[in-house]
Write a protein that binds this ligand. Structure first.
Ligand code: AMZ
Length: 286
C-alpha cells in the first residue's frame, strides 16, 4: 500500500482546502515545487498532484507549475484537475506525468473517456468524489445523479487503470476515512483503489490496511495531516513496509514449505489465490 502525499495547486501555491471549498484554503508552501521536493526527500514513492485552478476552470491552468514539479522530482506523479480532453492529457504525459486522474470527463463524456483509456493504456485513472453517495464534477461544484455503483463497472470496462475515491465531507477535516464505503468499494472494485478524504493519523492508515489484503485498496492520499504533522510519512511507510514484509514471509513459507504438505495441497488453490491477491493489489513502484 502506497502513501501519496498531496500537492494541491491554487493560485501558484501549494494549498489544502476543506471539503473542496476554494475559499477554505490553507497555504502550505508558496511554491508547489518546494512541497514536491520535500515529500520526495522524506521518502515518498509517488506524488499526488492536483491542479485545483484547472479543476475549477476546466483547463490546464497550472501546466507550467506541474511541468516544473515533474522536472524537479524523480518519483512518479499522478495528476488530476482540468484534464478534459486528449490534447491536454497528451501534453501532461509528455511533460513527464506518469498517471492522469480524470473526474468530470469520465462522468460527462463516457465515450471520450473510453477513447482516452485506449489511447494511453494503464495511464488513465478516475476520481470518484462523493457527497452522501452522489458523485460531483467540475471542482466538486457540479452535481451528478450518478452513484459509485452506477459508474464503477463501466469505468473498469472502459479501461480505467485505477480509481480514487474521495469522501468530500471528510476532505481536509481530519476525521478519519469513510471505512464503510471503502470496505464495500475495495471488495467490489475490479481495479486498484486509492482512498482519500480524512486520513489524518497512523491509526487511520492501520484501520484501512486490511482492505489492501482482502480487497482492491492499494494506496491512501494524505495532505493536510502530513503538512500539519498529525501523520508522519516516514512512520506510516515504515509501518506499511513491515506489514508487507510479514506477508512476503508467509508467501515464501507457503510456496516453499507448506505447499508440499497434503493438507495444504488440497487447499492450495484457495490459499494461493488469497495470497496472490494480496500481492496483486500493491501499487506498482514504477
Ligand atoms: O477540492 C476540489 N474542489 C476539487 C478537487 N480536489 N475539485 C476537483 N478536485 C480533483 C479531483 C480529481 O483529482 O479529486 O480534481 C480532479 C478532477 O478534475 P476534473 O477537472 O477532471 O474534474
Amino acid at each position: 500500500m502506497i502513501v501519496f502525499p498531496a500537492v494541491d495547486i491554487q493560485k501558484g501555491q501549494a494549498v489544502r482546502l476543506r471539503q473542496g471549498l476554494a475559499e477554505e484554503a490553507t497555504v502550505f508552501a508558496d511554491n508547489p515545487v518546494d512541497a514536491a521536493i520535500r515529500w520526495e526527500r522524506e521518502g515518498a514513492r509517488w506524488l499526488h498532484v492536483v491542479d485545483l485552478d484547472g479543476a475549477f476552470a476546466g483547463d490546464a491552468r497550472s501546466f507550467d507549475i506541474v511541468r516544473a514539479i515533474a522536472s524537479a522530482v524523480t518519483i512518479p506523479i499522478q495528476l488530476g484537475g482540468g484534464i478534459r480532453n486528449a490534447t491536454i492529457a497528451a501534453r501532461y504525459l509528455e511533460a513527464g506525468i506518469t498517471r492522469l486522474i480524470i473526474g468530470t470527463m469520465a462522468l460527462e463524456e463516457p465515450s471520450a473517456f473510453a477513447e482516452l483509456c485506449q489511447a494511453f493504456p494503464g495511464a488513465i485513472g478516475v476520481s470518484l468524489d462523493a457527497v452522501e453517495g452522489k458523485l460531483k464534477t467540475r471542482g466538486w461544484l457540479g452535481a451528478s445523479d450518478c452513484t459509485l455503483d452506477d459508474v464503477l463497472p463501466r469505468l473498469a470496462h472502459d479501461g480505467a487503470a485505477f480509481i480514487i475515491y474521495t469522501d468530500i465531507s471528510r476532505d481536509g477535516m481530519q476525521k478519519g476515512a469513510n471505512l464503510d464505503v471503502l470496505r464495500s468499494l475495495s471488495r467490489k472494485s475490479p481495479i486498484p483503489l486509492i482512498a482519500a478524504g480524512g486520513i489524518a493519523t497512523l491509526a487511520d492508515i492501520q484501520a484501512l490496511y486490511p482492505l489492501s489484503v482482502s480487497g482492491a485498496l492499494c494506496g491512501v492520499i494524505s495532505g493536510r495531516a502530513l503538512y500539519e504533522g498529525t501523520l508522519s510519512l516516514k512512520e506510516a511507510m515504515a509501518w506499511i513496509d513491515q506489514q508487507e514484509k510479514k506477508a512476503d514471509v508467509w508467501y515464501f513459507a507457503f510456496s516453499s514449505f507448506f505447499a508440499p504438505s497434503l493438507w495444504v495441497r488440497r487447499r492450495a488453490p484457495t490459499l494461493r489465490k488469497s495470497l496472490r491477491k494480496e500481492r496483486r493489489t500493491r501499487w506498482p513502484a514504477t
